[in-house]
Each structure stands twice: as C-alpha cells, then as structure tokens.
Write a protein that binds this ligand. Structure first.
Ligand SMILES: [Zn+2]
Length: 187
C-alpha cells in the first residue's frame, strides 16, 4: 500500500459517496457553503482533502475503522515498544515499519486546556469558541491533543476526568474527542 499524493487522486469511479475524492473545483464550490446544505451534525468540520479513513489513501486507516467500532487505538513498535501518537506508519525512534495496533484507554485526565476564541483553522470557524486540551491516558505513555466538550472553558479544571467519544463530521466520517463530566467510559 502506498501513501497518497495529490497527483495520485483518481475520479473515484465506483466508490461510494464517503470515499470518492472531491476534485479541486468541487472543493472550491463548497466555499462558502451552499444555502441548501443541511446543517452540520457537529460544529466541527475537518480540513482534510483526502479522506483519511480510506485504506487506499493511508496506512493509518485502521485507526478510523476502529473508531467506527467505538475503539480508540494507536500504533506501537514491535521492536522497541514505543507508543506513537498520532498513529504512525513507521516508528520515529527506530524507523522500522513493524508496528502493531493497540487499544488505548478511553478515559483519562485533563493535563492542560485552552479556549479557541478566534483564528480557528479553516472549517472550524463555526465552532468558536471551543476548548482544546491535552489528555493523559492511564497506562499509556501518551499525551493527546483533543477537542474537549461537555463543559465550558470556565468550568473545567486541571486533572479533571475526561472520556473518549466519537462523533460524526459533516460527510459521515467519524472523529474522536474527549468529554468532561459524567461517568468514565467502560471501554
Ligand atoms: Zn521502534
């Protein structure tokens, strides 16, 4: 399997609506959104032009497939045991490609957080203000960057328990975020 490149995109003939790559003119026509478009199920739309959930375009597609199963995963080097975040196709420590997919804890604690009040990345302007944070997961030597939902910025606290969840983005794909408050996820 090879990595995707802009020049490598195809018409996507035969693919379904979720995996067909948009052409550049199609992307341009979506900015600004057409009035007849249905409202977003989430205020967050990701700025990625090549659907990362499709194994044709990325070797980290298993991460997104696991999200559909409610699982939070990443890669771990089978040689030196290094955990990677985000998921990798080669170990940054030893440069080998013999990696395994491992499940991560789905609850953690908020190590740091901030509120985005302006200057949001393209596609995320509609969600302002929103909270982002760093999450520590018990037993996993990783500190993850994530959107933080469930409680406004002024009511969050360092060390607060947060739990993983998936949510749909506009085109039907899933992404992850962490939610403050409530009971920790059971898996
Ligand atoms: Zn390694």
């Amino acid at each position: 399997m090879t990595a995707s490149t802009p020049s490598g995109q195809s018409s996507g003939a035969g693919g379904d609506a979720g995996t067909t790559l948009p052409r550049s003119d199609a992307l341009a026509s979506e900015r600004p959104p057409r009035r007849e478009e249905p409202p977003d199920p989430s205020p967050l739309t990701l700025l990625d032009f090549y659907p990362p959930q499709d194994p044709r375009w990325t070797r980290i597609a298993p991460f997104f497939l696991a999200l559909k199963d409610g699982r939070f995963t990443t890669t771990r080097c089978t040689r030196d045991g290094t955990f990677h975040w985000p998921p990798a196709v080669a170990c940054p420590k030893c440069h080998r490609e013999e990696l395994q997919w491992v499940d991560l804890p789905t609850h953690g604690r908020l190590y740091a957080f901030s509120e985005v009040r302006g200057g949001a990345p393209l596609g995320m302007e509609g969600g302002v203000p929103f909270v982002v944070g760093l999450v520590d997961l018990p037993g996993a030597p990783l500190r993850l960057f994530s959107r933080i939902v469930g409680r406004p910025y002024a009511e969050l606290a360092l060390g607060e328990p947060v739990r993983f969840e998936t949510f749909p983005i506009r085109d039907g794909r899933l992404f992850y975020r962490f939610r403050a408050g409530g009971e920790p996820a059971t898996r």
